[in-house]
Design a binder for this molecule. Structure first.
Ligand code: FAD
Length: 397
């Protein structure tokens, strides 16, 4: 069994960001466990599905983002034994660690909605939540001239809480420009009782939705889909009544949870219905195992799961890990900062930024971000991707 000073599980936004920061702090002997040969910048997938960016822009070889001096182990982890301080790998091998960082992201549960796994990517059903399907979303949007377009959000936490509705606004704006919006019934199925949890962004989105004539089905959920009949079942909470809704286009967002091997393991938070990893909301350290940290989508934190949140969490994990390695207590605090770039039209974006208290936390002091802005759309399309590849993944930003 090979032992490493630090083992990081997951080489996505969070894992690579932390690895880069630890290297900058001079930490040696880091292993990064990541099975995929491709690293994805997922925030671009909304624009891919909206016909505003090529999928290739969201992809780089994993080898090009693993920081120098970090040992990349190209395997999936299958279990952690935090008492023995070991990580089991898919090939039967094992790694031992002094310190562990969990950053393996979340799992898309396509099977949790009957019919969805069979329907997605076929006929009229797509989803920006998978790279393989995002380009298809744009084909469906472009082809539609009339009928019913349904967009769904599941009742679990999702990555980027705004993504289920952003693609709807991009689609509706396209149909409006083509002069066909009046012939398309646009339905948004969402489990919550409001469009967005944080005021004043909520009020702005309410105006956006009504501008496009969106029929919002609050407190409801897609509970089945029949791809052959082009019909989905919508269940209304709290009454439990169901309705079969025919569609001509369906953008589905699958239920999401912690990876199964995490759910079943000792690091999952018993308080998380989806089995996400327990972590102190400020220090990001595991409450029981003090040599274990978690961040990103896999962590059970009461904030929205986004790359922007990871950007704020990675420096906290890196600093606190270095402190703990040096026998000090973790001192850096994460305040729940997250942000959601809500694309509201083909040339407009509303940048919603907030923290654990759901307080708006604008990062641009000189401009009014409490409205839809064209410069913010340019920021998302052209500025954020290079900032991600060259700043966030290298630990410079
Ligand atoms: P990921 O980046 O998903 O990385 C997890 C990594 O773990 C992957 O590389 C995976 O291969 C690896 N892994 C999985 N299983 C194992 C295993 N068993 N062993 C080892 N490694 C494993 N965020 C924003 O900030 N702004 C946005 O506009 C935005 N839009 C989004 C739109 C869409 C459609 C989607 C899907 C996401 C969006 N996000 C957005 C969310 C953002 O992409 C995620 O929150 C972010 O990638 C989380 O980083 P992470 O490292 O926790 O997970």
């Amino acid at each position: 069994v090979r032992r490493h000073r630090v083992v990081i599980v997951g080489g996505g936004s969070a894992g690579v960001g932390v690895a880069a920061r630890l290297r900058r702090a001079g930490v040696e002997d880091i292993a990064l466990v990541e099975p995929s040969g491709t690293h994805w910048y997922q925030p671009l997938w909304t624009l891919v599905g909206g016909g505003q960016a090529p999928l290739a822009g969201s992809r780089r070889p994993q080898a090009s983002v693993v920081p120098r001096g970090v040992r990349w182990i190209r395997r999936a982890a299958t279990a952690v034994d935090p008492d023995a301080r070991t990580v089991a790998l898919e090939d039967g091998g094992q790694l031992a660690y002094d310190y562990l960082v969990l950053a393996a992201g979340l799992q898309l549960d396509w099977d949790a909605v009957p019919g969805l796994a069979e329907a997605v990517g076929r006929d009229r059903v797509s989803s920006n939540y998978a790279a393989a399907h995002a380009p298809r979303t744009w084909e469906l949007i472009r082809e539609l001239r009339s009928g019913t377009a349904v967009f769904t959000q599941p009742a679990t936490p999702v990555k980027c809480g705004g993504a289920p509705q952003k693609i709807m606004y991009l689609a509706a704006d396209h149909w409006r420009r083509r002069g066909v919006l009046a012939a398309i019934r646009v339905v948004f199925v969402l489990p919550e009782s409001e469009l967005f949890r944080v005021s004043p962004y909520r009020e702005i989105l309410e105006r956006v939705a009504s501008r496009y004539g969106v029929e919002v089905r609050f407190r409801s959920e897609m509970t089945a889909v029949d791809g052959d009949r082009r019909t989905l079942t919508v269940t209304d909470h709290p009454h439990g009544t169901t309705e079969d809704l025919p569609y001509d286009l369906l953008h589905a967002v699958p239920p999401q949870s912690a990876p199964d091997w995490i759910k079943a393991g000792p690091l999952a938070d018993p308080a998380s219905p989806q089995g996400f990893v327990a972590a102190d909301r400020h220090t990001l350290r595991h409450p029981v195992y003090d040599n274990v940290f978690a961040l990103g989508d896999i962590a059970h934190l009461p904030t929205s799961k986004t790359g922007a949140a990871v950007r704020a969490q990675a420096p906290v994990v890196a600093a606190n890990l270095v402190a703990v390695m040096n026998g000090r207590s973790p001192h850096r605090r994460y305040d729940g900062y997250t942000s959601c770039p809500l694309v509201t039209a083909r040339d407009r974006m509303l940048l919603a930024e907030f923290d654990y208290e759901l307080r708006p936390r604008p990062s641009f002091p000189l401009i009014d971000t409490f409205k839809e802005r064209r410069d913010m759309w340019v920021f998302k399309r052209y500025v954020l991707p290079p900032l991600y590849w060259h700043g966030m993944l290298t630990g410079r930003l």
